[in-house]
Write a protein that binds this ligand. Structure first.
Ligand SMILES: Nc1ncnc2c1ncn2[C@@H]1O[C@H](COP(=O)(O)OP(=O)(O)OP(=O)(O)O)[C@@H](O)[C@H]1O
Length: 581
């Protein structure tokens, strides 16, 4: 059991117990009365998600405590507490699961957009867990230029597993064994390297190491094979090795058969070279390959390129790795020589053994010796993982290529996958099991949540009508709050007036205008597109001109997502004829 305290102005204003052992449940503080609980759901929001540990419900609790092994899907309609459950589950696992703790307990929360990252950022730290990274997939792939917009069809092609495989295959194209031999002059005689030597060296290296990082390993393995062929003494071995390491012929040969590759260049080559694309992406339809090759060869990248760039970075590794290792080795040799010189000088100047040992114990000298040998600290990319557990929110929207990004960061396969098939703009006809199997995730468990804690029955009823027109079997949750205000419909021209009045009448509340309007955002008013509103919630939501959200399923899903962000009041501003206008 863990007792938690809430502080205000330096005083404890509330405390409660988290019970990790079911046997102790009866001894803990009891939940509020049901009506008080429902009333609490209607309180004004702050723009930041709060932890709701003291009112977690039985079905949510069962999910929070379920095993961390493998992939758990939490499926449910809007406002059913999927995000709440996923975050509390991470905190519970980190607290109770020794296996996760022993892997240094890092948790990644994959967020759908930046505003969501700030919205949920406090929950895990408030639950006592600090070692959590909340990030969008986009943020995990550093990109120098601004992202360009892209055609939806092309994004779908780039999001396929065939494209991830194509990137992997393209790396292998640049790892072909040489067809000819090479003769190198070492200064101790000439030595010949044959394709068979290459193959022997290749079998000595770890094939799982990324391409650029393996280049040096391959070169070293080749040198290991060559040195004994001409060196006759240990002294010669050292010198022949140094000579081969510096031999420009060997580097040129390696450049031809195992070049250092920049990830961006690999992807550009794939998009621009028909033969390479056909060879590497046999899984794509010819028309899909043509669409990729026809796309303008812009220098900027699009959002759909990022998972493929991430794959390229992972399979290639750091292009600077060889030069960094060589520089590091040179620095170590220089430092070692310097230490040797200092010690030799000391021995020469010391009066006797006692004097020498007292000089060696001198703090200044020790510091000098240690700092000379200290290893260089290189910046570590924390988002590269590995993570002991990964939570993916709004998971219905991930492409296969994005799933591959997630899985590369989670070797344990311990995942909490949170989503709602009815909130997928591009449609989600399959089951979770079928969908995730395509992404390479099997043996999943699916838990469902059916109670809506956010949206009143009045709002949910109106949203249900919109989504069911395109998706008759959409999984609509049951709203716990039935005492809501009716949904208001009006013309777009009334936006300013409605918003200003509401802000005066609700001096603490937060509002969102969802849709393209000329309203300026402020501390209490967010202005968002439906995609940017995913996962968030506001006391008042004004859905502005939903007729501009797109046709068919995509338009209906965007409108449904926008409407279900409201906790208390919903206003639809539209030119469409309909009830209430
Ligand atoms: N047990 C609970 N006690 C109190 N509030 C809760 C509880 N469960 C959920 N809520 C509240 O309900 C609201 C919706 O929760 P959450 O954002 O987790 O839903 P969701 O299923 O992720 O929604 P969406 O799919 O629309 O993003 C939040 O304000 C959350 O605090």
């Amino acid at each position: 059991m863990r007792r938690r305290y809430r502080w205000r102005a330096g005083k404890i204003v509330h405390y409660w117990d988290e019970v990790f052992d079911l046997a102790q449940l009866g001894q803990s503080s009891s939940l509020d009365e049901h009506s008080a609980f429902i009333a609490s759901l209607g309180t004004e929001r702050t723009g930041r998600m709060q932890d709701v540990l003291s009112t977690i419900q039985a079905d949510q609790d069962a999910i929070i405590r379920s095993s961390s092994a493998g992939a758990l899907v939490v499926d449910g309609g809007p406002g059913t507490g999927k995000t709440v459950v996923a975050l509390h589950r991470a905190a519970f696992m980190l607290y109770s699961d020794a296996r996760l703790k022993s892997q240094r307990g890092r948790v990644l929360v994959v967020s759908p957009h930046d505003s969501y990252s700030s919205y949920v950022a406090d929950v895990l730290p408030n639950l006592g867990e600090e070692d959590v990274l909340v990030s969008t997939l986009q943020q995990m792939v550093p990109c120098n230029s601004e992202l360009a917009p892209e055609d939806g069809q092309l994004s779908l092609i780039k999001g396929t597993m065939s494209m991830v495989d194509a990137v992997r295959q393209a790396v292998e194209v640049f790892e072909q064994p040489p067809a000819t031999s090479l003769s190198i002059d070492t200064g101790w005689g000439r030595v010949r390297v044959d394709p068979a030597d290459w193959s022997a060296a290749y079998s000595m290296i770890d094939q799982q190491t990324p391409h650029n990082e393996n280049r040096m390993a391959l070169k070293e393995a080749l040198i290991d094979l060559l040195v004994p062929r001409i060196a006759e003494s240990e002294q010669e071995m050292f010198q022949v090795r140094r000579s081969l390491e510096a031999a420009s012929e060997l580097d040129t040969w390696m450049d031809e058969y195992w070049p250092v590759i920049e990830p961006e260049n690999l992807l550009r080559a794939l998009y621009r070279t028909p033969e390479l694309l056909s060879y590497c992406a046999p899984g794509l339809e010819p028309a899909q390959r043509e669409a990729l090759l026809r796309a303008p060869a812009a220098d900027g990248w699009t959002e759909a390129d990022l998972p493929l760039l991430d794959a390229a970075r992972c399979f290639l590794g750091d292009p600077r790795s060889e030069s960094l290792r060589l520089a590091e080795r040179r620095e170590q040799e220089r430092a070692a020589a310097q230490v040797r010189d200092v010690v030799v000088d000391l021995i020469a100047s010391a009066d006797d053994l006692e004097d020498l040992s007292s000089q060696l114990r001198n703090a200044d000298l020790q510091e000098q010796l240690v700092s000379q040998l200290a290893a260089d600290e290189t910046a570590v990319d924390l988002s590269a993982g590995p993570f002991s557990h990964v939570i993916v929110d709004e998971a219905q929207d991930l492409s296969d290529a994005q799933w591959a990004m997630v899985l590369r960061r989670c070797p344990s396969g311990s995942l909490t996958i949170v989503g709602d098939r009815a909130q997928c703009v591009s449609g989600f006809a399959e089951s979770w099991t079928q969908r995730l199997a395509r992404a390479g995730i099997s043996n999943i468990r699916v838990s469902e949540l059916r109670i809506n804690y956010r949206t009143t029955a009045q709002i949910m009823g109106a949203a249900a009508v919109v989504i069911r027109e395109e998706l008759p079997d959409a999984n609509i949750p049951v709203s716990l709050r039935t005492d809501g205000l009716p949904v208001l419909r009006a013309r777009p021209a009334e936006l300013r007036q409605i918003l200003d009045r509401w802000l005066v009448q609700n001096p603490q509340g937060v509002a969102a205008v969802i849709g393209h309007s000329d309203v300026r955002p402020s501390s209490r008013v967010s202005v968002l597109s439906p995609d940017q509103a995913k996962g968030l919630e506001f006391d008042l939501v004004v859905v502005y001109r939903p007729e501009d959200f797109g046709q068919g399923l995509g338009g209906a899903v965007r409108e449904y997502v926008a409407m279900t962000r409201a906790t208390a009041e919903l206003v639809i501003l539209t030119e469409r004829p309909g009830p209430g206008i």
